[in-house]
Design a protein around this ligand. Structure first.
Ligand code: ATP
Ligand code: MG
Length: 236
């Protein structure tokens, strides 16, 4: 079943077109990766899907509904959540309060129980629940950002360069975590600069260049394409 369906999406900053007629689908429980060089429009694409920046053209459908003009909280409530580039956690709030921010769209009684489940998944966070998030290591901050996103009870999680700046050990842990979350039923739209690991974990890949789709298909196929190296070398 198709969970996210984007067609003809365009994002602009003033006159600068960052995303141009992009089509993309993510099936329920699928991992899809979006690749491309710096400035290709990857973050802009994810921001438009979350509703942080407007779609200037095109449509975004999620779980069978047109959400193109929905506000961010209603997209979050419908199960669509972005872990932004650079994590954007609140460094002067505690770990616990950062997690609770992730549940801001929820009004059910299970939040406390779900926070405990996050601590079970991430023991490093449990040990530091009353510490300011700013004292966490980069890898722990990324776990916190993901934990916070999980508290929104998403069906599709968008991850914008989750392994950026992490040590090799934490990069491996991050990809293991992505695999675990997916096995637990979460669909994932992954933006990564670690191209080979992203292609390994994702079923399908879309390669962007200057805001447009250069190639899209099964990861193995995109991985073999010479367009992949060309896109990163800026040969087009
Ligand atoms: N807030 C903004 N205002 C104006 N232009 C922007 C803004 N954010 C991004 N852009 C421009 O839009 C284009 C796409 O940027 P975007 O951040 O989406 O690329 P990216 O693929 O995520 O790059 P990176 O790999 O460096 O994160 C770039 O030309 C960038 O300069
Ligand atoms: Mg980016």
């Amino acid at each position: 079943m198709t969970l996210l369906e984007i067609s003809g999406l365009e994002v602009r900053y003033g006159r600068n077109v960052a995303v141009k007629s992009v089509d993309l689908t993510v099936a329920d429980r699928q991992i899809v990766t979006v690749l491309g060089a710096n400035g290709a429009g990857k973050s802009s694409l994810l921001r438009a899907i979350q509703g942080v920046v407007p779609a200037r053209a095109g449509t975004i459908r999620f779980d069978g509904r047109d959400i193109t003009t929905s506000d961010v909280p209603s997209r979050v409530r419908s199960g669509l959540v972005l872990v932004p580039e650079g994590r954007q956690i609140f460094v002067s709030l505690t770990v616990q309060d950062n997690l609770l921010m992730g549940a801001y769209t929820r009004h059910d009684a299970d939040v406390t129980r779900d926070v405990e489940a996050i601590y079970t998944r991430f023991p490093n966070l449990a040990m530091r629940r009353d510490k300011l998030a700013g004292v966490l290591s980069g890898g722990e901050q990324q776990m916190l950002a993901i934990g916070r996103a999980l508290l929104a009870k998403p069906r599709l999680m968008m991850l914008d360069e989750p392994s950026l700046g992490l040590s090799p050990l934490f990069v491996q842990r991050m990809f293991d975590l992505i695999g675990d979350l997916n096995r637990d039923g979460l669909a994932i739209l992954l933006v990564e600069q670690n191209t080979s690991m992203a292609l390994q974990i994702a079923e399908r890949a879309t390669l962007l260049e200057l805001g447009s789709v250069l190639i899209s298909g099964p990861s193995a196929e995109v991985g073999r394409s010479e367009m992949l190296t060309q896109a990163y070398l800026g040969a087009h």
